[in-house]
Ligand binder design. Structure first.
Ligand code: HGY
Ligand code: MN
Ligand code: MN
Length: 407
């Protein structure tokens, strides 16, 4: 069956690109490190017998033809870009396991009716431009020129970064696929939470994917002298910002599946003895239920506007990305469950708190996801870890699932 050692060795070989001193990886999109990682993935695909192409936004695509000419493809996808100081499994496991599935099919001379593609999507994380899933959006035909104007911390746009890597931002629509060419999408990913570990399980079947809403908040007051300005006459934006952030936590805790994170915060001008003139922070708000997420969003925005008005502080809230929560297909979940049973694994279903590329295919084709256990539920952290055996089990479930879908 699949070669667990080969999956494991490739995971560590790939982790050299963007490797950080204190462990983990920082592999940001449209950088040399990411380019080298994509080249290695392309090499693995060629070794596995794929025809390898790269599309207009830099998705690396391996394709193995099926018996039926023109039949829609089964797509296995994930990503190889990372968050800053992330782990080595988040993304690469799904791409390397996908390659392993097809390499095993080729080695065992199995013929499938449908073609199978493995795709390493460009920039799933959104770490650099605070706008993610660029590659999967392009394939779904929902990436547009405005999106490419999102800037990184140095003011470089996605379009400019693409050009620096030899891509033509004017050609992004060439990457769009016709929905009729895709039969289904499956992704293997680490859980990034503690549920499977708490249940002492290796593998889980994903029921649906929570939708991330990313917003940028800018509160503007008036800089002043820390020593000479009495508290009562200040227009300090950091105080209402702190109250809003506390309120976000209090409000979000009222809903069992909702999560809220302030991942970035900055204060200007940033002098020890200067009352801030401006505070900027980001909010990542999620729930598996879009209505709940909208309700929380509305409540915290109303509170923020009210407290800022009282304090005569300007508040500007802009949306960085708004991704709809997506249910996984019942049919594909059933195939994954059957695959688990075939190898003696319990079938356990759980939602994904993390976002994934498959969400972009919600109007295209049925999607399914397989999780493997994350040690201590840690991810987006150098200590992210899954066992070799669980990577092997997850790859085996993916193999059986893809064979069933593509047969
Ligand atoms: O943010 C996420 O949920 C994923 O890691 N991109
Ligand atoms: Mn991630
Ligand atoms: Mn991921």
């Amino acid at each position: 069956m699949i070669n667990q050692e080969r999956v494991w060795n490739r995971l560590f070989e790939l982790s050299q690109f963007g490797k950080q001193e204190r462990g983990g990886v920082t592999r940001i999109s449209f950088t040399d490190e990411e380019r080298k990682a994509k080249d290695l993935i392309a090499l693995y695909m060629k070794e596995a017998g794929f025809v390898v192409t790269e599309d207009a936004v830099g998705n690396v695509i391996g394709r193995k033809e099926g018996r039926i000419e023109g039949a829609p493809a089964v797509i296995i996808g994930s990503h190889i870009d990372s968050v800053p100081h992330g782990g080595i499994f988040d993304g690469p496991l799904g791409v390397i396991a996908g390659i392993e599935v097809v390499q095993t099919i080729v080695e065992q001379e199995i013929e499938t009716d449908h073609p199978i593609e493995v795709i390493a999507f460009t920039d799933e994380e959104g770490s650099r431009f605070r706008f993610g899933m660029i590659g999967s959006r392009a394939i779904a035909g929902t990436l547009n020129k405005e999106h490419l104007q999102n800037k990184d911390q140095n003011g470089v746009t996605i379009a400019q970064a693409m050009k620096e890597m030899g891509l033509d931002p004017n050609k992004i629509l060439d990457a769009a696929r016709d929905p009729g060419t895709i039969k289904g999408y499956v992704e293997l990913h680490i859980e990034q939470g503690k549920v499977l570990e708490n249940h002492h399980l290796s593998v889980g079947v994903v029921s649906g994917i929570a939708g991330p809403l990313w917003t940028k908040w800018v509160l503007t007051g008036e800089a002043g002298h820390a020593g000479a300005t009495p508290m009562g006459i200040r227009k300090d934006p950091l105080i209402p910002a702190a109250a809003i952030i506390q309120y976000i936590e209090t409000e979000t805790k009222k809903y069992p599946n909702a999560v809220a994170t302030i991942g970035q915060i900055s204060v200007k001008p940033g002098g020890v003895n200067v009352i801030p003139s401006q505070v900027e922070f980001t909010l990542d708000l999620r729930d598996i239920d879009e209505e709940v997420r909208n309700k929380i969003e509305h409540t915290i925005v109303s509170y923020a506007r009210q407290i800022c008005e009282e304090r005569k502080i300007e508040v500007d809230i802009s949306t960085l990305q708004r991704v709809t929560p997506v249910p996984c297909s019942k049919e594909i979940r059933q195939v994954i469950e059957n695959s688990c049973k075939e190898i003696g694994l319990e079938t356990f279903t759980l939602p994904s708190g993390a976002g994934h590329d498959g969400m972009q295919f919600k109007d295209f084709c049925p999607i399914g996801m397989i999780f493997i256990q994350s040690k201590n539920g840690i991810s987006h952290n150098p200590d992210e870890w899954s066992s070799k055996e669980d990577c092997g089990r997850g790859t085996t479930v993916l193999y059986k699932t893809v064979l069933e879908l593509a047969k």
